[in-house]
Write a protein that binds this ligand. Sequence first.
Ligand code: PD2
Ligand code: ZN
Length: 282
Amino acid sequence: MTQQITPELRQWIVEQAQAGHSAESVLQSMKASGWDEDVAIDAMETTLRGHLDEQAAAQGLPPAVPVPEPRLADSPLYLDGGDRRVAVLGVMAAPRIVVFGGLLSDDECDALIAAARPRMSRSLTVATRTGGEEVNDDRTSQGMFFQRGEGELIQRIEARIARLVNWPVENGEGLQVLQYVPGTEYKPHYDYFDPGELGTPTILKRGGQRVGTLVMYLNEPEKGGGTTFPDVRLEVAPKRGHAVFFSYERPHPGTRTLHGGAPVIAGEKWIATKWLREGEFR
Ligand code: PD2
Ligand code: ZN
């Protein structure tokens, strides 16, 4: 027998959720009235997702899209990065933030800095007004980009990241390395491209929106230099080999993914950032 997901059933599922009943209890009720478990789960997921999309559209929000996401459903202490076991040090649901430990080895951190150092220049940011690049006073660090797949080290790290966050290597921008010296910072910003800016359509031709960011710490400043998320008052310490991942399913402040690099007070800070696009970045 095929089971029909009628408008009445959808309405009932939404009402149950609005009344605060857990997904598990709704599932039990459906099973008790004869629903196959897999069909019931699918009905609940599609109904609630559809309801959220309708609500978002009614509020004038851009639609939500799939985002990279580490496999954390059974609360693992470690994730398989393919060639390396990576620790899960902290998880936040909304905004989606995951802190990783030991994503890079000390040797990999040193090798990235050594390869980047001779190629550093004042950091540019993508200029959404024009679709080009510009020097930005909010980012006073020095930086450079590697090409995606540029050499064995970069390929190895990119494959590890793709596996950790379940997102194709092809959807990643080239790794960016930044160096901060005392007094420099990256003021709070969003990593997605502002849909309201004139240059954004040009930028989006290369792989669509950014949907996730991974900031990897390559060394340890003596003081300062944490990655801050002002909306949720979180600061991630810049610990060598560790990384902070966050994702954003729509280009909107409601994602609460505002984040910045706090001023470095003493010592230097080196990071490598991987930005992840919706589609293939070429
Ligand atoms: O250096 C950081 O912690 C930082 C802060 C905000 C890096 C980025 N954004 C970035 O690379 O997007
Ligand atoms: Zn950023």
